[in-house]
Each structure stands twice: as C-alpha cells, then as structure tokens.
Design a protein around this ligand. Structure first.
Ligand SMILES: [Zn+2]
Length: 120
C-alpha cells in the first residue's frame, strides 16, 4: 500500500476543509470550531429583532454545515495519525484490511466495505 499517496490526499482535503471552516466560523484554543453568522464575519452591528431572527437562522444553517465539516476533519486527522503511527487501512470493526478502492474513494475510511454496509 502506498501510504504517501493517501497521506497527500488526506492533507489536501484537510487544507480545503480548514479553508471552508474558516469561512463559516472560528476555532477556539482547544481546536473546537464554532459557527459565526455571516453578518458578524463582516463585523456589522446587529440592529433589530428582524436582524436577530435572520442572524439566528443564519447561525443554525452555518452550524449544521460546520459540524459536518468538523466531523470530516476529525476523521481525516484520525487517519493521518494512523498513517504516521500504525493501523492505517485496517478496519476498526473487524480488523481486516480495508479494500484499496474504498481507500481511494475515501482515504479517511475507518471501516471496510462489509462493515460499512452493516452500519448503514
Ligand atoms: Zn470490517
């Protein structure tokens, strides 16, 4: 297995994810991401209740997007740790090797095809 190939793919995706996360919110010192409404990204003052409602709706929407990106980033970080250590490409459920074509489609995959089908 060509670990460097997967590592490069993971690092590229990580970079893109961080850029996307950075456009939706900010990260605190513990590495947790929090959504920031677009109006506040542009440092505008919140003025009245209509603005507040819009702000909240905007915040919700951005939070949902941000959370899914953050989960993906977590998977990628986990895979990168395994590449540098050991256990990359090994299914977390059954300890068998993860199929190469599955890893090519998703280098951050933590389970083999069989186990993935059991989950969904
Ligand atoms: Zn498995």
């Amino acid at each position: 297995m060509n670990l460097n190939f997967y590592k490069t793919k993971l690092e590229e995706e990580k970079k893109l994810l961080k850029e996307e996360l950075g456009s939706l919110g900010k990260v605190d010192e513990t590495g947790d991401w929090e959504a920031v409404p677009e109006s506040e990204m542009n440092t505008q003052e919140v003025q009245d209740e209509a603005d507040m409602a819009e702000r909240n709706a905007d915040y919700e929407e951005r939070s949902i997007k941000l959370n899914s990106l953050e989960t993906r980033l977590g998977d990628i970080n986990k895979a990168l740790v395994k590449i540098d250590g050991e256990g990359y490409g090994i299914c977390e459920k059954c300890n068998k090797k993860i199929e190469e074509d599955r890893l090519e489609a998703n280098p951050a995959a933590l389970t083999c095809k069989d186990c993935m089908e059991k989950i969904f």
